[in-house]
Design a binder for this molecule. Structure first.
Ligand code: GTR
Length: 324
């Protein structure tokens, strides 16, 4: 046997013996490990690893350790990260159609949001995301968002006047707070606690689970139920990652994402109650606003400005509004 033949047969034997290299996926998550979204992402990861028999091993990085949300969206788009759970709020700056989901009071309630997102209209948003490098495989619940602050209960739009609120990174939210007479500061989620504590801002807005898990309730003790935003969240995979999958693996990944969303929605409903009870027990003052319609009426100019700037998106608004 010549030297070349010995080396070659050795190399072939090593190849046969070595298990196929696993495809290690990196996933971004903003929330801590015990949050409903985090638990569902872990279920997704486990399901994909199990069903592909370890050929794909997704790992979830919690607590935004891989960067803040706008950066992470870019990373998933360019294939630097493989998957993530994104809120559609910051997505609007990149995929304009998704701004429709950030219009205040666009959905009547969370059930209507799910009907819309799980149906044909949701597919239109998925198509818009796909054109920008993001494959939305399923939709998570994010409840509804209300204002909270360090100063006083908000009863009417006039109470917002002169107050400084943190908003997510999207011009629509700046306009929303402007129309109520307040000042809006776009800021990364991770900076809000300290900014509330030091008085850089007076308040922010979010759902109960995030208000709780971010500990904002410790420093901003007035939570006023405005329910002004109901924003869906996606479980998104990078198009670069998705395109590299066989059809059979696409089916596995899609099914795992749908199952994860089902789990997330169940956990979410429970967590909303738990978080509300927790913040109340910690001394948070929760109030229903006196006239919810007054807040809704104040949003007229937000809609008018949006439709003027995006006439092609008006049909999405009317289609959502006419969905039961
Ligand atoms: C949460 C949402 C996060 C993030 C955060 C924020 O409700 O789940 O993705 O958008 O709000 O306010 O930045």
């Amino acid at each position: 046997m010549t030297f070349t033949r010995i080396v070659l047969s050795g190399a072939i034997a090593a190849l046969i013996a070595a298990p196929a290299m696993a495809d290690e996926w990196r996933g971004w998550n903003i929330h801590p490990e015990d949050y409903p979204n985090s638990i569902a992402l872990e279920t997704f990861a486990k399901e994909v690893a199990d069903k592909t028999e370890g050929r794909i091993t997704p790992a979830v990085y919690h607590n935004a350790v891989l960067g803040d949300q706008p950066d992470a969206i870019e990373q998933v788009r360019n294939g630097g990260l493989d998957f993530a759970n994104f809120n559609m709020g910051p997505m609007g700056q990149i995929v304009p159609a998704t701004n429709v989901l950030s219009l205040p009071f666009i959905f009547r309630d969370v059930d209507q949001m799910h009907t819309v997102m799980d149906g044909e209209i949701g597919q239109r948003f998925s198509d818009a995301l796909a054109a920008e490098g993001l494959v939305a495989l399923s939709w998570f619940d994010s409840g509804s968002r209300s204002f909270y602050n360090t100063k006083k209960p908000i009863e009417t739009p006039a109470d917002v006047e002169g107050m400084k609120f943190r908003v997510m990174n999207n011009d629509l939210y700046v306009n929303m707070v402007d129309q109520l007479g307040g000042n809006a500061t776009p800021m990364a989620y991770g900076e809000v606690y300290q900014s509330l504590k030091t008085g850089v801002i007076d308040g922010a807005e979010n759902n109960y689970p995030s208000y709780d898990s971010s500990n904002h309730f410790e420093v901003a003790k007035y939570y006023s139920i405005t329910n002004h935003l109901i924003i869906p969240e996606c479980l998104c995979v990078s198009t670069a990652t998705w395109d590299g999958l066989s059809d059979a693996d696409k089916d596995i990944v899609k099914a795992a994402a749908v199952a994860a969303a089902q789990e997330q929605r169940t956990l979410w409903a429970e967590r909303e109650k738990v978080s509300r009870a927790k913040v109340e027990a910690a001394g948070v003052e929760i109030n229903e606003v006196a006239d919810p319609k007054a807040f809704q009426d104040a949003m007229g100019p937000v809609y008018e400005g949006f439709i003027k700037a995006n006439p092609d998106l008006e049909v999405l608004i009317t289609d959502i509004q006419s969905t039961n």
